[in-house]
Design a protein around this ligand. Sequence first.
Ligand code: SF4
Length: 394
Amino acid sequence: MTPRATASTPARVRADACPGALQTHPAADGALARVRVPGGALSSAQLRVLADAARALGDGALELTSRGNLQLRGLRPGSEAALGDRLAAAGLLPSATHERVRNILASTLSGRAGGRLDVRPWVTAFDEELCADPALAGLPGRFLATFDDGRGDVAGLEGDVGLLALAPDTVALLLAGADSGLRTAPAGAVELALAATRAFLDIRAQDGDSAWRLAEIPGGITRVVARLPQGRNGHFCPVEVPRAPVTGPAGAIPQDDGRTALVAVVPLGRLTADQADLLAGTATDLQLTPWRSVVLPDLADPDAAAEMATSAGLVLDPDSSWLRVTACAGRPGCAKSLADVRADAAAAVTAGTLPADGVRQHWAGCERRCGRPRGEVVDVVATGLGYRVGAVPS
Ligand code: SF4
């Protein structure tokens, strides 16, 4: 077993403050609400509700996050209840007590194109069981489950608990991003992931409720495995967990059923309400990805959808610079920011003047570099006198 995460992180001294849809975060431009979208699965009706809410209550846009969730910014004071009512009516808030812990990533296009099996039923079953168990409301807001259908796109995103299909009839349990050694048939996969989730919570309570992630608990993987009824098999050949790709897919993807899915990348993850309405008018069921894109599946006429998406400012070219540029909130959303980094990054992409020869880069308004992606990435950090490109001084 070769866990990528270390167990040397200092104990947390406070509870995590991850925002939710009801427990909003007070940002400089108003309250910020994060709406969990398990597996990124969203109906067109739900997307319209979110777009309407962004217009009526927020700043008119939706932010896509690296966990395939959505955020509304600039919410008017006291609008949390109205937002909660809208989300609940649309089925986006099945549990007020569990809303912050429904962090589930699923393979993009699972069940439609590629993959060894369809993980969408796992997402539904895991989410329902999670919300039905009062104890699991105590999970940290940083908790993450990853369900990978074998294509290797989300298994490497360091979930606390993960499922990785090794074959159509064999699933590996991942813990803190590493192979636990436990195997199950697909029918038992959700039950095993839930058992591991409960074991994490028990160990966390035993240790004083300080850890936000399983990787922060010394010996966490071994301790979780020891609590699972399945135990460790005598003979076990660990698999190397695939590293997550740096960028996700973009453009037209042929589906197994002959139809086409279109993956539209949202520049800097900011989807305007008007763009959201256009997407909602194109497909019935959509999927948000961790790479800040939206999948429009099951299209019989992808050309018309592609024209709509590109004319609305969304990106279908897998070689576009937009796929290599991320940015923190910056001004006006963050009081710490020394620049409007999103506007500056967008201007550089449009003008073709990205620094560092346009390699993968993250723009930030201060040294904290919030939202910095994993892997090799060049920092472009505001200093108050322009931007510093390259490593952050220690
Ligand atoms: S990196 Fe700095 S400026 Fe950007 S969101 Fe984080 S704290 Fe704010």
